[in-house]
Design a protein around this ligand. Structure first.
Ligand SMILES: O=C(O)CCC(=O)C(=O)O
Ligand SMILES: [Fe+2]
Length: 197
C-alpha cells in the first residue's frame, strides 16, 4: 500500500501528516513493547517559580550522549534500543539527508496528562529543526497556534500508527500543544525524533 502524505495548508510552516505510517497490528505491537521496556520517568517542571510533577512520563534516547534541556529539565539519553533504531530508520527513509540523533518519548497515561503550548526551539536543535512524531495507542487532539497572527489556529487528530513531520520554519512561527481532555481515554505513547547538535 502506498503511504499517504497530507501536507497541512498553514502559512509559514512545513507540516506533513502520514496516517497509517504503521498499520494497526504493527502499531499495537510497538505500543506493547515500548510501554513495557521503557524506563519511564516523571520529572518536576518549574512554572512561574513553583515546581510541579510533569503531567506525563518521559524517556530520552540518543546515539551521541548529548543531553536535552527544556522547561528547566535536563535529560541524559539512554543508548538507542533495536526497536527505536528500526523506527528511526523507517522515518529516515522518507527524509533523505536527515539522521536523527535523539528520541524524546512521552507517555500520556490518561486524559489529564498533557503537553502545554511550546515550540521545539531549544538552541541545541539548531535553525529550522526537523521533528518527526509517532503516535501509538490512544489518539489525541494536537493544536497549533501561530505565534504572532492570533487568528491562525489549527486542530487535528493524531491517530494510532501515524507520523507527523514538522520542519522548515514551523518551530519559529508556530506553537503546539496536547491539551487535557475530560473524556475517559487510554494511554498514548508519542515518540519525537530530533537532531541534537
Ligand atoms: O505528544 C505529542 O504529540 C507532542 C509531543 C511534543 O510536542 C514534544 O514532546 O515536544
Ligand atoms: Fe513539541
Amino acid at each position: 500500500m502506498q503511504l499517504q502524505a497530507h501536507k497541512l495548508d498553514l502559512p509559514e510552516s512545513d507540516i506533513v501528516y502520514y496516517p497509517g505510517f504503521y498499520d494497526h497490528q504493527e502499531a499495537d505491537h510497538l505500543f506493547t513493547i515500548l510501554k513495557r521496556d521503557t524506563p519511564w520517568q516523571q520529572d518536576d517542571i518549574l512554572v512561574f517559580g513553583k515546581t510541579y510533577p510533569q503531567p506525563r512520563l518521559t524517556a530520552l534516547y540518543g546515539n551521541n550522549g548529548k543531553p536535552y534541556s527544556y522547561s528547566n529539565i535536563t535529560m541524559v539519553p539512554h543508548p538507542f534500543t533495536e526497536d527505536l533504531l528500526s523506527i528511526k530508520h523507517k522515518i529516515e527513509k522518507i527524509l533523505p539527508g536527515t539522521a536523527f540523533t535523539t528520541c524524546l518519548m512521552n507517555l500520556y497515561r490518561h486524559g489529564k496528562d498533557s503537553n502545554g503550548w511550546h515550540a521545539d526551539d531549544e538552541p541545541e536543535l539548531g535553525q529550522n529543526p526537523v521533528i518527526a512524531s509517532i503516535t501509538l495507542g490512544e489518539e489525541r487532539v494536537f493544536h497549533f497556534k501561530h505565534r504572532d497572527k492570533k487568528e491562525l489556529r489549527h486542530k487535528m487528530i493524531l491517530e494510532h500508527g501515524s507520523l507527523l513531520i514538522m520542519k522548515g520554519e514551523t518551530q519559529h512561527r508556530w506553537l503546539h500543544q496536547i491539551p487535557k481532555t475530560s473524556r475517559a481515554i487510554g494511554e498514548r505513547i508519542n515518540l519525537t525524533f530530533r537532531v541534537i547538535h
